[in-house]
Write a protein of this length. Sequence first.
Length: 167
Amino acid sequence: MAAKQAPLDGDKRRLRRPRKPGWKAVFLVELEKWGVVDFAIRQAGVRSSTAYTARERDEKFRADWDEAEGKLLATAEVVARQRALTGTQRPVFFQGQQVASVTEVDNAHLRWLLAKLKPALYGDKLEVTGKDGGSIKIDVEVELPDNGRGDREPATNGHRREPAARG
């Protein structure tokens, strides 16, 4: 068996491994399904440099990649809105047995959805009062820190905290 010869000094061609035929289609299906580029690359059986180089050089592949991510985002939005509006079923257990189920809605997403659809009514507003007693309301966007539960509300442990009395 003859060994492969290295390219001559003036030869710019590089020896390349053959690509898996159809890897782009596999990649795009997995990307649209899961939204994780590294996972889609592994499923397609190519190196990440191969995928990113193809994205950089091939306009159609770049457009298909963007479309796959857009479809996944649209699906995620539908699921989030469904959870906000109709909720999901959660089983209730007693002494190791399921005795019921309850419907839980995603109130944080529902509040966000209302604020986006009708910001004048449900959006965050800050009321500022001037020295003359007049006031104006200003739309504000406040980013609350993530409390580790996946939503962006202050942790209350089921109890509502009352504001401290000012004296």
